[in-house]
Design a binder for this molecule. Structure first.
Ligand code: FAD
Ligand code: EPU
Length: 336
């Protein structure tokens, strides 16, 4: 009988098998015991994944656990099992007076997914604390340690060269003892950099997040559905002439990041609903499962948003969420 795939959108999607692994050996066994060569996909909490239909294979839920902390004169080094829950690791590090992860509090998902997506929030991205990523090469059982993740905005080598055929099994994090607070994000700017502690920032980030982002346990969602689009300065300037209040985030190389949530909001789409899927009232970049949505409802809503923003602003949104089809990741450019 088919088994339900864990996903924070709370969609009823199924796979032929759903297997939880707690060790590298178990992970290897899943590959060995796949005589029919069915597709296999590894997930953490399914908080960045949209299963557009049932998966015709095995979904492996990674729960390889364990946190080891060592230190030098200058740094703390955390070696974390890829199946640890990200927020628990952040909260425990703060509790143990190890600062550096506080801006990344309350991001759902597992530690193994953090380098893949180069998770980011409130002025910090995973790459700032990245030390190494240990991969299991599934065909050979070899373990590869990658120190250059080639990180970008929600991008990494783990989505490219090391995507198919590799599992993230451990993640190395390094945190400097010369801690400096990162207070670049709006509401964090009010803190005094000389007085604020990591715990205070941690608490504030949790408070901001709880006010804007729906708790997936209460209202199914996958966080930001689209990436914030990065455009040439010329394009941003012409939009600013028409919309002087538009938020902008200057990047390197004459590029400007726009706020996808603002663009969607300006199209009047907050609360807009297709089937059981809706645009979140507090944050237009988040699509929610309001009332027993199907994957098709979410896809149609995403398509409608994409089209509407393109028509109004000539800006092409691309999803942050990874779309999964019957056997594999889907190229969303054909989808929207
Ligand atoms: P999954 O959805 O389970 O997997 C994501 C992808 O990684 C899939 O393609 C999967 O196959 C692959 N994968 C997972 N584990 C492994 C592994 N061990 N080996 C190989 N491949 C693997 N993201 C941010 O960056 N910043 C935020 O502020 C943020 N806020 C969010 C708020 C909410 C309410 C929600 C629901 C999501 C938010 N996200 C945010 C997105 C999400 O939390 C992150 O992308 C997270 O890292 C996904 O973790 P996961 O374990 O659930 O990934
Ligand atoms: N905005 C609106 N209306 C909305 C939503 C946003 O006008 O409905 C405006 C805000 O007022 C603000 C700007 O758009 O001026 C940006 O909004 P916000 O600060 O809420 O952040 P975001 O750009 O929507 C990004 C990340 C989040 C991350 C936050 C905080 C992406 C795709 N999303 O969201 O990450 O938590 O910044 O740093 O980069 C995720 O990746 O899933 C995620 C939640």
């Amino acid at each position: 009988m088919k088994q339900k795939i864990p996903n924070t959108f709370a969609l009823d999607v199924f796979a032929n098998n759903v297997i939880t692994v707690t060790s590298v050996d178990q992970l290897k066994q899943v590959w060995k015991n796949n005589p029919l060569n069915q597709p296999i996909m590894i997930i953490g909490e399914g908080s960045n994944t949209l299963f557009t239909c049932d998966f015709a294979g095995t979904v492996v839920v990674n729960r390889i656990r364990g946190v080891t902390i060592t230190e030098t004169d200058d740094e703390w080094h955390l070696r974390v099992g890829a199946g640890e829950i990200w927020h628990e690791v952040v909260a425990q590090s703060i509790q143990q007076n190890i600062p550096g992860l506080e801006n990344l509090a309350l991001i759902p998902g597992c530690v193994g997914s953090a380098p893949i997506q180069n998770i980011g929030a409130y002025g910090v991205e995973f790459q700032k604390v990245a030390d190494y990523v240990e991969l299991l090469e599934l065909a050979t059982g070899n373990i590869i340690t990658v120190t250059d993740g080639q990180y970008g905005y929600r991008e990494s080598i783990f989505k490219q060269k090391y995507s198919i055929g590799y599992a993230v099994i451990y993640v190395g994090i390094k945190l400097t003892k010369q801690w400096q607070p990162i207070l670049t994000y709006g509401e964090l700017r009010n803190f005094d950099a000389n007085k604020v502690t990591a715990k205070v920032i941690f608490d504030k980030v949790c408070e901001i997040r709880r006010s804007k982002l729906p708790d997936p346990k209460v209202l199914g969602n996958g966080g930001s559905f689209f990436k914030n689009p990065v455009v040439d300065k010329k394009i941003a300037d012409s939009l600013l002439e028409k919309y002087p209040n538009m938020p902008i985030y200057p990047q390197a190389n004459n590029q400007i990041k726009l706020a996808a949530g603002w663009l969607i909001d300006q199209c009047g789409l907050k609360g807009y609903q297709i089937g059981g899927a809706a645009v979140h009232e507090q944050q237009a970049l988040v699509l929610v499962n309001k009332n027993r949505a199907t994957a098709q409802d979410v896809v149609e809503l995403a398509r409608y948003i994409h089209k509407t923003v393109l028509q109004k602003f000539s800006v092409n949104l691309s999803p942050e969420i990874r779309f999964i089809g019957r056997t594999d990741e889907i190229d969303v450019t054909h989808y929207l």
